[in-house]
Design a protein around this ligand. Structure first.
Ligand code: COA
Length: 325
């Protein structure tokens, strides 16, 4: 008898980015900022902003469709859809169930998950647990966000940092040997006492407030590198691995300086860290699958390789996951 265990195995990835690209120079026409300031402090050069029809459900469905096609899985065979989003089209139905309808994924259940920029890691962790428990055979984990709709365009300290987009990863159940593919572990954290350093000041339950993103950038920065490096170390330790064993770090794309800081703390060479913040800015829950797809479709991330994902977001929430392709 061979020693096999059930794992959630990567089967395909898909993305959607709004057609409209907004450069730093274009942002400088709206607020008192400059390309130099934005590039130097964040590494961001451009972002995509959604047109009215490009909602979280629309973009998530497009990304999900591409991930299913890439994996060769018919939508009606899909087991579940989990969507990380802070910017749903409606309070309900959930974005996930709207996507289920759009894809014709008749057998799938679905739900949204609110963990801000950590939404994809949280979603991947839940999907992994459900697959390993034998509850479901395949899960589309999607991050889909339209932060352009919650940005305060009077606040130059935040409105230049974010963009819109969606990414979807299909995970499927496989019985594999210990050194085989799949999610090896995931680790989630939260600290509600730090809620006031990054939040949206409203939602449909508070009709007095339209809801704009509010951030104390310095405080977020101060916590980010330490908490993320801690989550990454914890994830490596859980599999008895060292940072040198990682083929790729795919971090949440908030800020080049945070990404470099984590890479440096782990002693990872920059060429093994995937960076797309220059192209997409911070797309919150969508940023990890967008970055993953960028490297995967360029032939960088390859079968058999070890990929570490990490994110931190409003809450605070943060976490990391290790995946062998
Ligand atoms: N363009 C030009 N100047 C700007 C600006 C902009 N877009 N935004 C802020 N400034 C100015 C400030 O008004 C301030 O000017 P002052 O000194 O005259 O008051 C100066 O730049 C410094 O502001 P500060 O907020 O202290 O800058 P910073 O060095 O902390 O950089 C961030 C700001 C947002 C880039 C940085 O704090 C950061 O990256 N934080 C993490 C944010 C993040 O990634 N959040 C998401 C996590 S999911």
């Amino acid at each position: 008898m061979s020693d096999l265990r059930r794992r959630a195995v990567f089967a395909g990835i898909g993305t959607y980015l709004p057609e409209q690209i907004v450069t730093n120079a274009q942002m400088a026409e709206r607020v008192d900022t400059s390309d130099d300031w934005i590039v130097e402090r964040t590494g961001i050069r451009q972002r995509h902003f959604a047109a009215p029809h490009e909602t979280a459900a629309f973009m998530g469905a497009e990304a999900g469709r591409k991930a299913l096609e890439a994996a060769g899985l018919a939508p009606e065979k899909l087991g579940a859809i989990i969507v990380g989003t802070s910017t749903p089209d409606n309070a309900f139905p959930s974005t996930a169930v709207q996507i289920q309808g759009a894809l014709g994924a008749k057998a799938a259940f679905g739900f949204d998950l609110a963990a801000a920029c950590s939404g994809f890691i949280y979603g991947l962790s839940v999907a992994d647990a459900m697959i390993r428990a034998g509850q479901v055979e395949s899960v589309l984990v999607i991050g889909s966000e339209v932060y352009s709709r919650i940005l305060n365009f009077e606040d130059r300290g935040t409105c230049v940092l974010f963009g819109d987009g969606a990414g979807a990863m299909l995970l499927v159940a496989r019985d594999v040997p210990a050194d085989g593919p799949g999610v090896l572990s995931s680790h989630l954290h939260a600290d509600g006492s730090l809620g006031e350093i990054l939040y949206v000041d409203g939602a449909v339950g508070r009709p007095d407030k339209p809801g704009h993103l509010v951030m104390n950038g310095r405080e977020v920065f101060r916590h980010a590198v330490t908490l993320l490096a801690g989550a990454v170390s914890e994830t490596l330790a859980a599999s008895g691995l060292e940072a040198t064993d990682i083929d790729w770090l795919v971090p949440h794309q908030a800020n080049r300086r945070i990404i470099d800081g984590v890479g440096k703390k782990l002693g990872l060479p920059p060429e093994r860290v995937v960076v797309t913040v220059d192209l997409h800015a911070n797309t919150s829950a969508a940023s990890i699958p967008l970055a993953f797809a960028h490297a995967y479709e360029a032939g960088k991330i390859q079968p058999g390789q070890l990929v570490l994902l990490e994110a931190l977001g409003g809450g605070l929430t943060w976490g990391a996951a290790l995946l062998r392709l």
